[in-house]
Each structure stands twice: as structure tokens, then as C-alpha cells.
Unconditional design. Sequence first.
Length: 103
Amino acid sequence: MPTINNIRTNQPLTTGGNVSNTDTSKSKPASGTQSNATESDSVSLSSQGQSVGQIHQQLATQEAFDTEKVNAIKEAIANGSYVIDADKLAANMIKLEDDLKGL
């Protein structure tokens, strides 16, 4: 089964199963009739689906986090200058809870 890492790094997904595109039941014409038309399957995405694909491509090329910001926070913690604003933290936690209620 593919992992989320395969998706983020644009690696091809594999399912491990064999997929066959041949279906002999469709290739035989009904008794008494003959058909030269070739049947094929097709898929089309809505504009929303296409937008999601474009967003995915953009996100796949970006870093997952800001390395400079992380290093600055690590340094501030190490030298004791990192200050946590308890009111801001609490407000953000409440906002997150409110946002999750809609899901």
C-alpha cells in the first residue's frame, strides 16, 4: 500500500496488484449483431478536482516547514530567551476547537 511519503515526493503509486485492461465479455458482439466500435473507458475531472490537483502539485514542491524559523526557535529555547504568550496560545487553542466543530 502506498504511503503518504510517496505522494509528497511525487513517487509513482503502486498497488501491488495486477491490473488488466482486457475484458473479453465486452469484445464479443451480441448474438445476431456485429459491432466494429471499440469500447473504451474515460475519466474526466471537474474543475474542483483539477484545482485540487494543481494545489497538490504546488504543495509538493514546497518545503514542509520553514527551516530558518525552526532553527531560530531552537536557538531561543537553548539560550532561554523563548517566551510563550499563554493568552495567545489559549486563544489559538479555542479557535482550533471552534474550527473543528464544523467538521
